[in-house]
Design a protein around this ligand. Structure first.
Ligand code: SF4
Length: 100
């Protein structure tokens, strides 16, 4: 009940289902640079996401979304740090849907 309320209160355009990533789920160099620039990845390429446990991180690395804006599959980590990302609720990403 509470979750439904949050979903309707956050202004979002898309609810994007999170799925298991297909074979290649490597982060692009651009995403890595963005992560490093914002302090979410160290120089060795290790992710440091605030409030995300190593166990959760491992799971997130195996997930992806079919992004409705970029019109392709993107790794969930990339989606998580995307400017359109609002929240993750029950297997779905609430996405603002602005052009990237
Ligand atoms: S948050 Fe960004 S990467 Fe994720 S689905 Fe929306 S536009 Fe795509």
């Amino acid at each position: 009940m509470t979750k439904m309320k949050i979903m309707s209160e956050l202004p979002h355009k898309y609810e994007v289902t999170i799925k298991a990533a297909s074979t290649s789920n490597k982060l692009s160099d651009q995403t890595k640079e963005e992560l490093k620039a914002s302090g979410m990845m160290d120089d060795k390429g290790k992710l440091k996401l605030k409030g995300v446990s190593p166990k959760m991180l491992k799971k997130m690395k195996e997930e992806a979304v079919d992004c409705p804006v970029l019109k392709k599959e993107v790794p969930f980590i990339q989606c998580f740090v995307c400017s359109n990302f609002q929240s993750r609720i029950t297997g779905k990403v609430l996405c603002k849907g602005d052009p990237l």
